[in-house]
Design a protein around this ligand. Structure first.
Ligand SMILES: [Zn+2]
Ligand SMILES: [Zn+2]
Length: 284
């Protein structure tokens, strides 16, 4: 890989319902790739903390505890891997006591803030099946951005995950949507991130695919950069070992083109700026 220091700070083991491999296999892959930092960030969907039957009874209360135990075990198992202890906290505002419980007593390195479904609406994954008018999409996005802003006001996380998430499900494959119509809402989010010294995540899980909407968009990161945003975390959002760090070098190419010279890794919940050091082809 043509970069000196690579980090992947968003990854799932089979502690997550959609993860395919044990933590050990994920860590082995990260080590084999020579990643300088690797964060496992299994899901905690706060709205499903207590095992609601609506979501098949999944109980994130138990998931959080299991994932933490396994993180500690794998720290010992891989002494040469800089394994960061992370969590992807979904919908924290929809069950604040759950969010607080998930974070208390565990010294995470990085807490990812996510919004996979808007309060009172079904998961975007299902929304995509419906076929929406432009007005309906605007309403969905307005609700989505509003809840993100509320999450930022709450603030107990380090990096904001996959900001353009709903578009994964609301756009057609190969489409490259423009965010121009949501510029004001995005600016509000970026300014708040910068003010509070939080990071914006570059989620690379779809960067190399053409069968799904092309996300995220460099337009978003260019705007964040123009406003002064310098903290960007990188995450492949892998759910199997083969996808660990996938798309990260390509994301760094994009960030360099925009003008970034550094990206961010959280260790002990403190941001560290990592230089983007490109290794020319003849030296690879
Ligand atoms: Zn997510
Ligand atoms: Zn994820």
């Amino acid at each position: 890989m043509p970069y000196k220091i690579l980090a992947d700070c968003h990854s799932h083991s089979n502690c997550s319902f959609d993860g395919e491999a044990p933590m050990e296999a994920m860590c082995a892959r990260a080590e084999a790739l020579g990643l300088a930092y690797y964060a496992l960030t299994d899901h905690c969907e706060c709205d499903q903390y207590d095992g609601s039957p609506e979501f098949g009874g999944r109980k994130y209360y138990d998931v959080v505890r299991r994932a933490w135990r396994e993180l500690e075990e794998n720290r010992k198992r891989f002494p040469n891997l800089r394994l960061l202890k992370g969590i992807e906290l979904g919908q924290p505002l929809q069950n604040l006591p759950a969010a607080r419980d998930a974070l208390s007593g565990r010294d995470y390195d990085v807490v990812i803030g996510s919004l996979h479904n808007i309060a009172g609406m079904r998961d975007f994954y299902h929304l995509g099946e419906a076929g929406f008018s432009e007005e309906a999409l605007d309403r969905i996005f307005e609700a989505y951005f509003n809840e993100i802003c509320e999450m930022l006001e709450w603030g107990a996380f380090d990096t904001l995950a996959h900001l353009t998430y709903p578009l994964r499900y609301l756009c057609k494959p190969g489409e490259r949507p423009s965010f121009a119509r949501y510029g004001a809402q995005l600016d509000r989010i970026f300014k708040k991130l910068i003010e509070d010294d939080k990071a914006l995540e570059f989620n690379t899980s779809r960067l190399l695919r053409t069968d799904v909407p092309v996300l995220p968009d460099r337009e978003v990161f260019s705007r964040y950069h123009a406003l002064g945003g310098r903290r960007i975390t990188l995450g492949a959002d892998a759910h199997c070992p083969g996808n660990v760090a996938k798309g990260i070098p390509e994301a760094l190419d994009i960030l360099r083109e925009i003008g970034y010279t550094e990206y961010t890794v959280f260790v002990g919940r403190r941001p560290q700026q990592i230089p983007i050091e490109y290794i020319p082809a003849e030296r690879v």
